[in-house]
Design a protein around this ligand. Sequence first.
Ligand code: CMC
Length: 432
Amino acid sequence: MSNKKTFTLTDNASGESWELPVMHGSLGPDVIDVRKLYAQTGCFTYDPGFTSTGSCESKITYIDGDKGVLLYRGYPIEQLAANSDFMETCYLLLYGELPSAKEKTGFEHDITYHTMIHEQMQTFLRGFRRDAHPMAVMCGMVGALAAFYHDSTDISDPKHRMVSSYRMIAKMPTIAALAYKYNLGQPYVYPKNTHGYAENFLHMLFSNPCEEYVIDPVLAKAMDVILILHADHEQNASTSTVRLAGSSGANPFACISAGIASLWGPAHGGANEAVLEMLEEIGSAKNIPKFIEKAKDKDDPFRLMGFGHRVYKNFDPRARVMREQCHNVLDALGVHDEPLLEIALELEKIALEDPYFIEKKLYPNVDFYSGIIFKAMGIPTTMFTALFAVARTVGWIAQWNEMIEDPSQKIGRPRQLFTGAEQRDYADLSKR
Ligand code: CMC
């Protein structure tokens, strides 16, 4: 929405000036509307990393990085983690309101009855090497859903969009578990409709045809909370990737596959895996000071994985909830003497007291604790980011749907500052 406030942009050389309209949302800073800037001034804006650029209008998730606030459709993440469950949170993100009891039951039923994947996808899976990274399998399998479910890829039809959205939320844990079982060389475990979403995921990861996995309610609760905490995070790299891919009219399965690819990077969802790799590299609590020094050294590219955040500059509210879950899981499993966990807890303590980390506002983020919980649960490191992808799918889908329904939506097409060669004539090979 625009208001009467404007910004004046002046070209000091010519003295010419332009009024730039200002828009304001329901929460958060005002934004300067630069949509007509090029037409009026002949200039583009320059903002690599989009640190000052809003790319869309959204009603889904709000973050106040200075205050450590994260709201899904207005509800604080702490309240959702304490009182809600992942299915209800999915409904909230997709539809904008918490469901009634009847709506909740109906939604859970619909998701549950979409959890199986087309049997032929198992043949497709067998084309991957056994040692393939689960995220590589996820990118491929989710993209391939468009080939198996092309009856729901007409993005102009709201029913198609709804069916493909439900399919992806329902099938993502099945695909992630399949990638894991394939890597292990174990048979694929079918989803079980009597289980809830988080329980079913644990069942598919840890049961096998010879032995049913007994689900510990503390672990199922922790998994559910992890899913809630990771469900959406406004315009982060993977969500922006999904929106950008979708802006061309690409089908939803292709868009979510693009989001998975973006999430894979160690600066984003890959950080939970990188945390564990870093803890292994540290090896012992006595080596922590050496690694802290490396992280502080400007000439050393090493960073403490699981610390810092682009938006949260005081604390990550998800990390606070996750820390609590982390202790619940460690207590339930009685794994306090696990060396990597000991290193993690010692590292957290030392970094929180170190002036460098305090000054730069680098706090443990959600991925620091999720890595520790997954490790304690017995989930292998390479699966960590795949679990993040399972949780974030609903956020990607809610944002993708919002974009398709936005009448002002255009194909995403950033501009550039060109610094390459100016126009020149082609020289024949003999003259070079
Ligand atoms: N260890 C050591 N120094 C750091 C770290 C770190 N983890 N993070 C940032 N810094 C320093 C950085 O060197 C820079 O110092 P200076 O101002 O002297 O140049 C300063 O802090 C600001 O860093 P930045 O790179 O400009 O900050 P950013 O907002 O671009 O990066 C980040 C945010 C998350 C990519 C970064 O903090 C990082 O690489 N952290 C480790 C990876 C990680 O844990 N990522 C998960 C993020 S949470 C999950 C998610 O939402 O995807």
